[in-house]
Structure formats: structure tokens, C-alpha cells
Design a protein around this ligand. Structure first.
Ligand SMILES: Nc1ncnc2c1ncn2[C@@H]1O[C@H](COP(=O)(O)OP(=O)(O)O)[C@@H](O)[C@H]1O
Ligand SMILES: [Mg+2]
Length: 269
């Protein structure tokens, strides 16, 4: 049986609206196997974005729990080895560890993280170091080349390794090694989305969340991006969770969850 990287238990999400409360997610329990492409499929308004925002620790659930088995990150000592300053309380530390506590560390090198117990700073670090993001509208910096966009992402994530070889590697992985110097405006929509994917995977996150990544692409480009995701799960061992309303992409998913009106209506794998 596959190891699960992310599991949820009875996620409920309600929003206050005029005259009461709107319950958008009505008890979502699901499992995301490590190294798989998981597709969350549903109509517009079914709750996909709300769910993805909770899975990626952007938005808290009203009730229920999310568990993430994150790779335990080892802290690199900066030069002199002075170690961590006392009294920092964990907030703002840039090395990628989840916090001061070593409780809950597993011997197999993963750390079980319960979202309900995280501080805002820990949520931020979880997102920045362990996760990558791809959106429907490609958010590349228009005045930066493909190469520079990926470089920018690596710097933002505080990547510790050598950047140049990693940038070339991920741009090659998305098939754009011949387009590294191109500016976004010189690339097609599908190619721009590939740059965004290269940027999302460059800092070696364990999981990518992609909210309707094919929504602005034509059918062929959308299929190609989904196929690329599938390849990346195999080649880079990364886990990818994507949402879509396009039934044509479902067969590429290792696991497909169908969501309807805030509930899981079907699961296939
Ligand atoms: N912050 C919010 N306040 C009130 N209603 C919301 C909020 N966010 C989402 N919703 C509602 O929740 C439902 C699901 O939205 P969403 O998760 O964006 O669906 P999808 O991504 O599947 O199109 C919609 O009816 C939407 O209007
Ligand atoms: Mg949405």
C-alpha cells in the first residue's frame, strides 16, 4: 500500500454570509498517496478552490483535521555555527525547519504535521519550503526571462543549493531548455504554464497544488500540462494535487476525487 503524504478527516468549511452561514465543504475525508497525481474534479462552485486552500494550509478548516507527513528538514548551520538565536520563538527563521520542537519527528525522516496545531509562522514555512503552487492565470514576472523567473522563485524559497544547474534541470524537465532566455510574452500560454510549473518544482517541494492549471489553456495544451504533471510525479517523485472541471483530464490521474456540492461523490484509482 502506498504511503499517504496528506490525509484529511471530516473537513468542514463554513463562511459567514448575510443572514447566516454558508457551509461550502460538508465533511471531506480523503487521502493523497505520496508520488501520485491526484485530480479533484468538480463543477464550478463545487468547493474545489476552498478545499485546495485548506489542503495547502492557506485557509483553516472550520472543523476537521489535515495531516501532512512532511520530509524532515535538516538545518544548515550558517558558517560560524553559532546556531539559532535564543528567544526567536521560531517565527521568521529562514532555514526551513517547522519550529523549535523536535517532538513528533519520526525515525523514517518524516514529521507528522497537524494543521490545527500550527502557528501562522509555521503555516508560512510549511507553504514556502514544502509546497509549490501553480494557478490558472500564470503569474510570471513579465520583465523576467523564463530562466530568471525560475531563479526568482528559488531565491524566494530560500533554496540552499546551487541555483544555476537546478534552473536548467527543471526547465529541461518541462521541455523548455531551448527557451530559457525567452520572455513570457514570447511564449505561448502552455509554455508559460510550463515555466510556472518549473518554478513551482524547482525548490524540491514535496507536494504541488495546482488550482485549475489548465483552465486558461486550449484542450491540447491542457492535456500536455496534465501529462507533464504525470511525468513529474514519476521522474521527480513529487506529489501533485490539481483541480479541474474538465472530465477529459481524469484518466491521467492516479487518483480522482469527484466533488459535488462540498462532498466527495466518487473516488477512482
Ligand atoms: N470567502 C467566502 N465567503 C462566502 N462564500 C464563499 C467564500 N469562498 C467560497 N465561497 C463559496 O463557496 C462555493 C465554492 O467555491 P469554490 O471553492 O471557489 O468552488 P470551485 O473552486 O469549485 O469553483 C461557492 O458557492 C462560493 O461562492
Ligand atoms: Mg475554483
Amino acid at each position: 500500500m502506498n504511503e499517504m503524504i496528506l490525509t484529511t478527516e471530516q473537513i468542514i468549511r463554513s463562511f459567514p454570509v448575510a443572514g447566516g452561514e454558508l457551509t461550502v465543504l460538508k465533511g471531506i475525508t480523503l487521502e493523497i498517496p505520496k508520488g501520485s497525481l491526484v485530480i479533484i474534479k468538480g463543477r464550478s462552485g463545487s468547493g474545489k478552490t476552498t478545499l485546495l486552500n485548506i489542503l495547502s494550509a492557506l485557509d483553516p478548516a472550520t472543523s476537521g483535521e489535515v495531516l501532512f507527513r512532511a520530509r524532515k528538514r535538516t538545518k544548515k548551520k550558517p558558517g560560524g555555527g553559532a546556531g539559532k538565536k535564543a528567544g526567536a520563538g521560531g517565527a521568521g527563521a529562514g532555514e526551513g525547519e517547522m519550529g523549535e520542537s523536535t517532538e513528533g519527528l519520526q525515525e523514517n525522516g518524516t514529521e507528522e504535521i497537524r494543521y490545527s496545531g500550527l502557528s501562522d509562522a509555521q503555516r508560512d514555512r510549511l507553504r514556502r519550503f514544502h509546497m509549490g503552487f501553480v494557478f490558472q492565470s500564470v503569474a510570471l514576472v513579465p520583465i523576467m526571462s523564463a530562466y530568471e523567473n525560475v531563479d526568482f522563485g528559488l531565491r524566494t524559497a530560500g533554496y540552499q543549493g546551487e541555483r544555476d544547474p537546478r534552473i536548467r534541470e527543471v526547465l529541461a524537465a518541462v521541455g523548455l531548455d531551448q527557451r530559457m532566455k525567452h520572455m513570457p510574452a514570447q511564449l505561448s500560454g502552455g509554455e508559460q504554464q510550463r515555466v510556472a510549473i518549473a518554478r513551482a518544482i524547482a525548490h524540491r517541494p514535496e507536494i504541488i497544488f495546482a488550482d485549475e492549471p489548465t483552465g486558461a489553456l486550449d484542450t491540447a495544451a491542457g492535456l500536455a500540462v496534465t501529462q507533464l504533471f504525470k511525468d513529474l510525479t514519476e521522474k521527480e517523485g513529487i506529489t501533485i494535487v490539481m483541480t479541474t472541471h474538465d472530465p477529459g483530464l481524469m484518466e491521467l490521474g492516479d487518483v480522482v476525487y469527484e466533488i459535488e456540492d462540498g462532498m466527495i461523490q466518487g473516488m477512482s484509482s
